[in-house]
Design a protein around this ligand. Structure first.
Ligand code: MN
Length: 461
């Protein structure tokens, strides 16, 4: 939990923006793995955490702006619960810590909402993403699951994003901590990995680091020799000399803030010449992007700059050819760099993605390109001081994609398909760090992780 004043202030800003009616925040429920008493680790709804801070399942919060009420609904643990889980603070005790002084049993929520509904009052809620909360909305407001997106409040979504996207000092301190733990995870993996180990051993090592600090993972670990598979969660391969290893993982602090880093390092002590060339190119793209970060610049432009650096660099290696600006605007670079350059980060590793990628990453009225590559750009709009985002350019050699484009003769004016033959088993390189947009430029979140070739080889040997 952060300090009480912060939660009070956040809710007061929200009330000023929404002005009237009722705002409903549905907290998350425990989610069963295979039977109800065996749940996944509990993760609270991030917007619930942001305004109400209580990390406990089965709570609902209501703000009645017209009547100046803030209420948390939930049921205190019974003696049976206490026997199994031990004594825990009451909901009322927790609520007081976030400046809420009215706590009612869940059953009262039905009465209050029924009356509000009957009186024709506005009830605003965020679009639900978990089935339990969809059922709650059906029961509480009689909204059918196929109507959630129509009935969820656009005004509330916009207000929440406007607040959550600008991180305050306390949040930045949390994110710095999450990123520092993430750096610990990555350094540990670089020190630990040896030829002959299974990918799973690296996944276990980084998970251990997060758990030891009483944190958790901010998303499932990617630890793979097949770095060209963007979200590869298979950990069964044995690591061999001469291969590249890609590690994308981050820690989450107990308060729910995320870190998200990617490192690529050789399984051998040193990069091969070909690996070093591609790695350095991704590093150049990373630095070129970071250099541009400042308030006012559209992240789409930063993305394009990284794409140009990658395309130019590949040209120097004989892999691409032709006019760089044209190639990038037509999307030829996406053969190698099919992802977006980065995304917002905060209480979620892809911050607020449950509120809609377009709402978070694009200006009102803007649509997302359908072009291959650009359609995966999650963040495109102008940056503001207080934004926290990732920068994660990459170069991937995806054999299936290369074969398909080659057969289709796609972008033959920009890609030397013959030059790609030696890269079919190369894998992929991604280099990711997290940044805060400051008043004039940006600053790295957390401490610097080993990124230069010499730094990585020093650790690997
Ligand atoms: Mn990321």
């Amino acid at each position: 939990m952060l300090n009480r004043q912060l939660y009070i202030q956040r809710r007061s800003i929200l009330k000023e923006t929404i002005k009237k009616g009722i705002i409903l925040f549905l907290g998350n429920e425990d989610s069963p793995m295979n039977y109800p008493d065996n749940p996944y680790p509990f993760r609270q709804h991030s917007s619930f955490l942001y305004y109400f801070g209580i990390n406990r399942p089965s709570l609902t919060a209501l703000i009645d702006i017209d009547n100046g009420l803030e209420i948390i609904f939930g049921d205190e643990y019974s003696m049976d619960d206490i026997v199994w889980m031990g004594n825990k603070p009451t909901i009322a005790e927790l609520a007081e810590k976030v400046g809420v002084f009215e706590v009612l049993p869940t059953v009262k929520l039905f009465t209050i909402l029924r009356e509000a509904n009957a009186a024709g009052r506005n009830i605003e809620f965020l679009p639900p993403y978990r089935p339990e909360n969809k059922i709650k909305l059906l029961r509480l407001l009689n909204i059918r699951p196929d109507q959630f997106n129509l009935k969820a409040s656009e005004a509330l979504v916009k207000a929440v994003i406007a607040q959550r996207e600008i991180k305050c000092e306390e949040e930045i301190a949390e994110i710095d901590k999450a990123v520092n733990w993430s750096v610990d995870m990555h350094v540990a993996a670089m020190q630990y990995a040896r030829p002959g180990m299974k990918e799973a051993e690296i996944a276990a090592k980084v998970t251990q680091i997060a758990l030891e600090r009483e944190g958790y993972l901010s998303f499932p670990v990617i630890a793979t020799i097949k770095g060209e598979v963007l979200h590869n969660h298979y950990h069964g391969n044995v690591m061999k000399k001469g291969q590249l290893f890609l590690l994308d993982c981050g820690a989450e602090t107990p308060n729910g803030y995320a870190g998200d880093l990617t490192s690529t390092f050789p399984v051998s002590a040193k990069f091969s010449r070909k690996q070093a060339e591609i790695y350095q190119l991704v590093l150049d793209a990373h630095y070129a992007a970071v250099k541009m970060l400042k308030p006012g610049i559209a992240f789409r432009e930063v993305h394009f700059e990284a794409a140009r650096v990658i395309f130019d660099g590949l040209k120097a290696l004989g892999i691409t050819k032709g006019n760089t600006a044209e190639a990038v605007s037509e999307g030829a670079h996406a053969m190698f760099f099919p992802t977006g350059l980065g995304h917002m980060m905060g209480l979620d590793v892809h911050d607020m993605e449950d509120l809609g990628e377009l709402n978070v990453g694009y200006n009102p009225g803007e649509t997302k390109s359908t072009q291959f590559g650009l359609k995966s750009l999650r963040l495109a709009k102008e940056l503001k001081a207080g934004h926290v985002l990732t920068v994660e350019p990459g170069i991937y050699f995806i054999p299936e994609l290369i074969k398909m484009w080659k057969t289709e003769k796609r972008f033959e004016q920009f890609i030397n398909y013959n030059a790609l033959r030696p890269y079919m088993n190369f894998g992929g390189v991604r280099i990711e760090q997290d940044y805060l947009i400051t008043r004039k430029s940006s600053r790295l979140l957390g401490r610097k992780k080993p990124m230069e070739i010499a730094e990585i080889e020093a650790i690997r040997s």
